[in-house]
Design a protein around this ligand. Structure first.
Ligand code: AGP
Length: 622
C-alpha cells in the first residue's frame, strides 16, 4: 500500500499550500513532495520523484521519509523548469526498503519512469522472460517489470500509449501506476484494483492515490475505475479502457478539506483503518490465491515434511490472532498448535524439537518479547518463519521467510486491520498445510467473497453500534464471551474496549463463565456474546447467555443467524446482526462490529483514540 502522485503543469508559476502554509512559486519538486507528505499514511519507508523536461528524465529516490527525499533533491539541484513529474512514497511489499527498491523505477535506458502502487503477481515470470531478452534489473521489486515491459513494447511500436496498453495486457495483480517517457510530454495512468484519482484545475492536472495531493487546489476530481487508462497531455486528457476504446467519465466534487487528509475523511486513523479492511484483507490474499480457487503460496520454503508441532509466538492482538490460528490449523490439519505469549515463552525454558515449526506473529515486527522469543527458537534449530506487516522489520529479517500482511501502515495504536489480515494469513498457512483440494478450493472461494461481506457488515451494523455506544458509555465493566473460534474474538473485542475507552473489559470462553465470572453478573454488568455458525458452539453459548438472563444481566448478542435468541432477550438487550461465512473466516467479520463498538464508546467518553494513554504502537522494550 503505497502513495503515488502525478503532476502535469499547464502554465508557468505554481502556488500551493506547503506544510499547511500558503507558498507562491514553490518549486516543482516541492509540489510533488508536499503531495507525498499527504500520502505518507499509505507508506513511509522510502520515497522518490521523477521529473521531465526537454533534456530528459531526472530521478531522485531515497530510503526514509519525505524529508530525507527533500534533502536528496536539494543535493541534486532539481530546479529546472519542469512541466511533468511523478512521485511515490513506499510501503514495501517485494524488496526491503532501500534506495534501489524505492520508486520511481526506470527502464534499463532511463527513457521511461514509473511509480506503482499494488502487487504484480506474475512479476517473476515477466522478469525472467525480459532477462532472456537482455534486460538488466536493478531492484528486487515486482514494480520494475512495468517500465521494462513498456520499453520492450515501445521498441516495437514507437507509440507510448500503445506500449503501455500492451504492457497492461501482460500484467496480473492489483495495481495503479503512472508512467512518463523522455520523448513525450505526457503522463499515462492505469488502474486495476489499487486506488487512483485525477484532479482537474485550470492550471494543472494532478494524479493521486487519493484526493490529498490536490485538494487545496481543486475539488474537481475523476475517480478512475478498474481497467481505466488515462493519458494527460498539454491540451487535454483522454480516458480509455485497457482495450484502447475511449470512455467518458463524470467529474465529481471532493466532499472534504485538507484537514481531513490522511484519514480519508474520518476523524481518527483508527476509524479509517477499520473502514479500509475490505481493501486490506484483499491485499492479504489476492496475490496468494489464483483465479482457479487454488493456492499460490511459496513463502515457506523447505517446510519440514512431518511437522511435529506448530508454535506461534506473539503478544497482545497478535496473540489473539495466533489463538485463532490454533483453532483453524489444528482442527483442519491435525497438527498440534501452541499459541504462546512471547513474553512468557522466552523465560520458560521451552522444550523445542527439530521438527517443530515456529511462527512469529507481529504487526510492527519490532516487538521486543516476540523478537527475543524468536531468537531462542532460531538458536534451538527450529524451522522459523514470520507473519509480519512491516517489511524489512527486525522480526521479518530474523525469520527470513513467511507472509507479509500488505495491510499498509497501521497508525492507530489499537490494532484493527492488521488483526483481520493476520487471520487471513493464518488461513493461508492452514490451506498450505492441507492437502484436501476440495477443502482448499471451498475456503479460497469463500475468501474471495469476504471483502463484500465485510463491507455489508460495516454498513449494516454501524448505525446500531452508535446507539449501543450511547447506551453503554458510562459503564465501567464489560464481559465478552464466545466459544471455539469466537473465544479469541471475545478476547480481542475486550482488548479493544480496554485500550481506547479505559473500561475494564474481560474476554472469556463462554464455557468458563460458570466457573467464576458469573459471580459478576448483575444489571450493571453488560455481557456481549458472540454466537455464530450452527454448530454445538452456538447452542452451548446460547445456554450460557440464558444463565446471564436468568440473573437479570444485560446482553448484547453478536450473531449471524439469531436462531432461538429473540424470545430470551428483553427490550434492554441488543442483537448485532453480522454476515454469515465459514468458521475459519468468521473472526474477520465478527471482530469488526466489536472494533466499531470500542471506537464509538471511546468517542462518547471523549478519549484520545489514536494515541491512548500508557500505550505505544510498537513495544520495543520488555
Ligand atoms: C493492540 O491493539 C496493541 N497495540 C498491542 O496489544 C499489540 O498488538 C502488541 O503490542 C503486539 O504488537 P505487534 O503485533 O506489533 O507485535
Amino acid at each position: 500500500m503505497c502513495g503515488i502522485v502525478g503532476y502535469f503543469r499547464k502554465e508557468e508559476g505554481i502556488s500551493i499550500t506547503l506544510k499547511n502554509r500558503k507558498a507562491d512559486n514553490a518549486t516543482f519538486p516541492d509540489v510533488l513532495c508536499e503531495g507525498l507528505r499527504r500520502l505518507e499514511y499509505r507508506g513511509y519507508d522510502s520515497a522518490g520523484i521523477a521529473v521531465r523536461d526537454h533534456k530528459g528524465i531526472r530521478v531522485v529516490k531515497k530510503k526514509g521519509k519525505v524529508e530525507d527525499l527533500e534533502a536528496a533533491i536539494q543535493r541534486n539541484n532539481l530546479n529546472e523548469k519542469y512541466t511533468i513529474g511523478i512521485a511515490h512514497t513506499r510501503w514495501a511489499t517485494h524488496g526491503v526498503p532501500n534506495d534501489a527498491n524505492a520508486h520511481p523505477h526506470s527502464s534499463m535506458d532511463g527513457s521511461i519512469a514509473v511509480v506503482h502502487n499494488g502487487i504484480i503477481e506474475n512479476y517473476k515470470i515477466l522478469k525472467s522472460s525480459l532477462e532472456e531478452q537482455g534486460y538488466k534489473f536493478s531492484s528486487n521489486t515486482d514494480s520494475e517489470v512495468i517500465p521494462q515491459l513498456i520499453h520492450f513494447f515501445y521498441k516495437e511500436t514507437n507509440d507510448f500509449e500503445l506500449a503501455v496498453q500492451k504492457t497492461l495486457s501482460k500484467l496480473e495483480g492489483a495495481y495503479a501506476f503512472l508512467a512518463i517517457h523522455k520523448d513525450h510530454e505526457k503522463i499515462i495512468g492505469a488502474k486495476n484494483g489499487s486506488p487512483l484519482c485525477f484532479g482537474i484545475s485550470d492550471s494543472e492536472y494532478i494524479f493521486g492515490s487519493d484526493e490529498a495531493p490536490f485538494i487545496d487546489k481543486t475539488r474537481r476530481v475523476i475517480y478512475l475505475d478498474d481497467k481505466d487508462m488515462l493519458t494527460v497531455e498539454k491540451s487535454a486528457y483522454t480516458i480509455r479502457n485497457f482495450e484502447g476504446f475511449d470512455i467518458q467519465k463524470e467529474i465529481s466534487e471532493v466532499p472534504y478539506d485538507l484537514e481531513a487528509i490522511g484519514k480519508n475523511g474520518h476523524e481518527h486513523f483508527m476509524m479509517k483503518e477499520i473502514h479500509e479492511q475490505p481493501e486490506t484483507i484483499t491485499n492479504a490474499f489476492s496475490s496468494r490465491i489464483n483465479h482457479i480457487n487454488s493456492l499460490a503460496v511459496d513463502n515457506f520454503p523447505n517446510l519440514p515434511h512431518s511437522i511435529n508441532r506448530i508454535i506461534s509466538l506473539a503478544c497482545g492482538t497478535s496473540w489473539h490472532a495466533a489463538l485463532i490460528g490454533r483453532y483453524i490449523i489444528e482442527k483442519n490439519t491435525g497438527i498440534p498448535v501452541n499459541a504462546e505469549y512471547a513474553s512468557e515463552f522466552r523465560y520458560m525454558k521451552p522444550a523445542l524439537f527439530k521438527d517443530d515449526v515456529v511462527i512469529a506473529i507481529s504487526q510492527s515486527g519490532q516487538t521486543a518479547d516476540t523478537k527475543e522469543a524468536l531468537k531462542l527458537a532460531i538458536d534451538s534449530g527450529c524451522y522459523c518463519a514470520g507473519i509480519v506487516n512491516v517489511v524489512g522489520s527486525d522480526i521479518a529479517r530474523l525469520a527470513g521467510k513467511g507472509l507479509y500482511l500488505h495491510a499498509g501502515p497501521e497508525i492507530g495504536v489499537a490494532s484493527t486491520k492488521a488483526f483481520t489480515s493476520q487471520v487471513i494469513a493464518l488461513n493461508l498457512l492452514n490451506l498450505l498445510l492441507n492437502s484436501n483440494r476440495a477443502y482448499r478450493s471451498r475456503v479460497v472461494g469463500e475468501m474471495k467473497s469476504l471483502p463484500d461481506k465485510l463491507q455489508q457488515t460495516i454498513e449494516r451494523t454501524e448505525p446500531l453500534i452508535e446507539e449501543i455506544a450511547q447506551e453503554f458509555k458510562n459503564h465501567s465493566n464489560f464481559l465478552y464471551m464466545g466459544r471455539g473460534i469466537n473465544y479469541p474474538v471475545a478476547l480481542e473485542g475486550a482488548l479493544k474496549l480496554k485500550e481506547i475507552s479505559y473500561i475494564h473489559a474481560e474476554g472469556y470462553s463462554a464455557g468458563e463463565m460458570k466457573h467464576g465470572p458469573i459471580a459478576l453478573i448483575e444489571e450493571s454488568m453488560p455481557s456481549l456474546f458472540i454466537l455464530t455458525g450452527d454448530g454445538v458452539g452456538y447452542s452451548k453459548t446460547l445456554s450460557n447467555l440464558e444463565e446471564v438472563k436468568a440473573r437479570k444481566g444485560r446482553v448484547i448478542a453478536l450473531t449471524d443467524n439469531g436462531k432461538n435468541l429473540k424470545h430470551i432477550l428483553t427490550d434492554k438487550d441488543y442483537i448485532i446482526p453480522t454476515v454469515e461465512t465459514i468458521d475459519e473466516l468468521s473472526p474477520v467479520i465478527n471482530i469488526v462490529p466489536l472494533q466499531l463498538m470500542a471506537y464509538h464508546i471511546a468517542k462518547e467518553r471523549g478519549c484520545e483514540i489514536d494515541k491512548p494513554r500508557n500505550l505505544a504502537k510498537s513495544v520495543t522494550v520488555e
